[in-house]
Design a protein around this ligand. Structure first.
Ligand code: COA
Length: 200
């Protein structure tokens, strides 16, 4: 198991949601962001640590992804610094089956060099803030067990561990668990859930 510590982060000048570095703005993702988003995702993917993908999607695929999400009215935001995309967060409707419409899948990333400055916090806060109006009552995600920064961020935003896929990835000599997390939005859910629940 990987034991290498997560790189130390620089001190944050102004902690808290919304304290973005100068020159950075958070905006809804548009098709015009496709080349810069592809660049950003590609740079994080090529780190081969944090995302399942190790290469970016094509520009056409990225544009189609953005268009579909816009049509679906689901949350998708980018952090932009001039022409660059330096972070992203989206919550997509992953499952096409009846009865699954309330489930969203969150994906996000911040480009190396921009981390530890409040962008991740601001991006996830914005995306989760829009989740209920997009019809999501449950938002799930998967994160590698070695990704202590992301795990801390997700816990801080109310995500709970639902399960662990042990040693699911073996890449570059590193063995990693995949941690399944979810955040529930509907406080009345428990009362309604008289149906079948797993008793593990
Ligand atoms: C995880 C990630 C999105 C966090 O974004 P960020 O902009 O660096 O994070 P922020 O500066 O907004 O910090 C938000 C919280 O993340 C956690 N965090 C960030 N950096 C951390 C570090 N080096 N060590 C531990 N926790 C850290 C903390 O909980 C922090 O809150 P706090 O400052 O109140 O303690 C970013 O590190 C990243 O993109 N990593 C690579 C891609 C990735 O992991 N994507 C998610 C895949 S599931």
């Amino acid at each position: 198991m990987e034991t290498e510590p997560f790189p130390a982060r620089p001190a944050r000048p102004a902690p808290g949601v919304g304290a973005l570095p100068a020159g950075v703005a958070l905006v809804p993702t548009e098709p015009g962001h496709a080349p810069a988003l592809r660049e950003a995702l590609g740079s994080v993917a090529r780190e081969r640590r944090w995302l399942a993908a190790v290469e970016p999607f094509s520009e056409a695929e990225t544009r189609a992804f953005i268009r579909i999400n816009r049509l679906a009215g689901v949350p998708q935001f980018v952090a932009v610094a001039g022409p660059l995309v330096v972070g992203w967060c989206d919550i997509v409707r992953l499952y096409p089956h009846p009865g699954y419409e309330h489930n969203g899948r969150l994906g996000m990333g911040v480009v190396e060099g921009w981390r530890g400055r409040g962008l991740g916090r601001a991006l996830i806060d914005r995306a989760l803030g829009m989740a209920p109006e997009a019809g999501f009552e449950r938002v799930e995600l998967e994160v590698y067990g070695s990704n202590t920064a992301a795990l801390a961020l997700y816990r801080a935003f109310g995500f709970e561990v639902e399960g662990v896929k042990r040693a699911m990835r073996r890449l570059d000599g590193r063995v990693d668990d995949v941690v399944c997390m979810a955040r529930r939005f509907d406080p009345g859910d428990g009362a309604r859930e008289a149906g079948f629940r797993a008793t593990l």
